[in-house]
Design a protein around this ligand. Structure first.
Ligand code: SF4
Length: 412
């Protein structure tokens, strides 16, 4: 039995209103952790291959050709909604006898994906054990996943070319930087955010350290905890630090999380090699933060930044431009405020109504969008789908120009 697991090409993706390319160097790649985790948790008696069409920059045709050449018995696709078009093409033009789909798109649109040619759709953020158990029986239809994070083995990188995934040319000094995850989900409810899992699952600290030690042993010199929101529980961070001490582990590391941390926790992390936090600041304007339903305000952000600066933890700050609450005064002072807060690496994007968010649903409810554009795209995905901007051409131009000016201000 041969199993091929693949993500989808970037070609013809729906368009994201994100930070322009040159802030995210091409050489920086996202290791397909989800696929590697699935592969690791499949019993050894099966032959498993991973095809990373996205990072390898394959076209849709090349991806289909490679899949057909492998002739897998089971084809597993990991799909985000922005790649719904590519998914329909791969489902239509490949001949594997059992095709399954998982990932964020699957969780939200399972019925639709079955109609588009999948034999089974895995619903839920973690599918490792459920997928492994489905290999023999190959059930059809919707499979509601019950995988618990501590029941899965961490991703075994021995079958992939780790050198290829080291993020050379990224924003940091180490060129041997590799990601892992220690948990999934976020308990917050920001109105623009599509992280749906509100029940946070975290790995046991012993397992987290096992993986960090493993990554160091295969050559990583910087480890990034790539997660929805890694620092919501300071007791958990304390347990990780205790484990670091117990295992006498030394390495540079970083994490992705929220703008809230006590000085005591920041010091504890900094003393143990924690060098950077990638943090969703989003705005420095209180009415906008309230509109975002972000559980923070300028005062708490300032306190957080002071804490990070005091403990010499660099900040990669994510900012969103274009909320209807932003004022001219705020825009005029935003760059200076970011500099004053000591945020070294700000990244900017334009507020985009993502599917399955409160923001998008509100635009439909209040009539700003007269058509459910995402719903139509999901039913009939088209290449290079561009969601119409909700506030008209002129504001689009203003927002795009403003983001460009901010990028110019912070360009290195
Ligand atoms: S934006 Fe960040 S803090 Fe807000 S819900 Fe999403 S992951 Fe959580």
């Amino acid at each position: 039995m041969k199993i091929l697991l693949t993500n989808l090409p970037k070609e013809k993706s729906a368009i994201q209103w994100v930070t322009p390319k040159y802030f995210m160097p091409d050489k920086s790649k996202y290791i397909p952790l989800g696929l590697i985790s699935l592969a690791t948790n499949i019993p050894k008696k099966y032959e498993v291959k991973i095809l990373d069409s996205s990072n390898r920059n394959l076209s849709i045709d090349e991806t289909i050709e490679k899949i057909e050449k492998e002739r897998p018995d089971i084809l597993g696709l990991s799909v985000g909604t922005f790649k719904a078009y590519q998914m329909t093409q791969v489902l239509k033009k490949t001949s594997a006898p059992y095709k399954v789909v998982g990932g964020a798109h699957a969780t939200n649109n399972a019925e639709q994906i079955l109609k588009q040619g999948a034999d089974a759709v895995f619903v839920g953020q973690l599918a490792d054990i459920d997928f492994a158990e489905s290999i023999e029986k190959q059930p059809k239809g919707i499979i509601y996943c019950k995988t618990k994070i501590n029941d899965i083995k961490f991703p075994d990188r021995s079958s992939i070319d780790n050198e290829y995934y080291y993020a050379n040319g990224n924003l940091f000094k180490s060129n041997k930087r590799i990601s892992m995850f220690s948990g999934v989900g976020c308990p917050n409810h920001c109105r623009f955010c599509d992280v749906q899992t509100k029940v946070v699952q975290r790995k046991n600290p012993e397992q987290v350290l096992e993986e960090m030690i493993y990554l160091k042993s295969i050559g990583a010199r910087s480890i990034h905890i790539y997660e929805d929101n890694f620092n919501t529980d300071e007791d958990y961070l304390k347990q990780i630090c205790d484990e670091i001490d117990k295992r006498d582990f030394h390495s540079e590391w970083s994490g992705r999380g929220q703008a809230k941390m006590s000085l005591e926790t920041a010091k504890m992390l900094s003393d143990r090699g924690f060098k950077r936090i990638h943090v969703g600041i989003e705005s420095l304007h209180d009415p906008t933060l309230r509109w975002f339903k972000k559980p923070q305000n300028y005062k708490t952000i300032k306190k957080f930044c002071d804490t990070m600066n005091k403990e010499h933890i660099d900040m990669v700050g994510f900012f969103i431009v274009g909320a209807p609450t932003e004022t001219k005064d705020y825009r005029n002072s935003m760059a200076r405020m970011i500099k004053d807060l000591g945020i070294k690496y700000p990244l900017f994007s334009i507020l985009q109504p993502l599917p399955n968010t409160e923001y998008y649903n509100d635009l439909l409810k209040d009539g700003t969008y007269k058509t459910d554009f995402w719903g139509d795209f999901i039913k009939n995905p088209t290449p290079d789908f561009m969601l119409p901007f909700p506030y008209g051409e002129q504001k689009w131009k203003e927002d795009a120009d403003f983001v460009q000016s901010l990028i110019g201000e912070f360009k290195r």
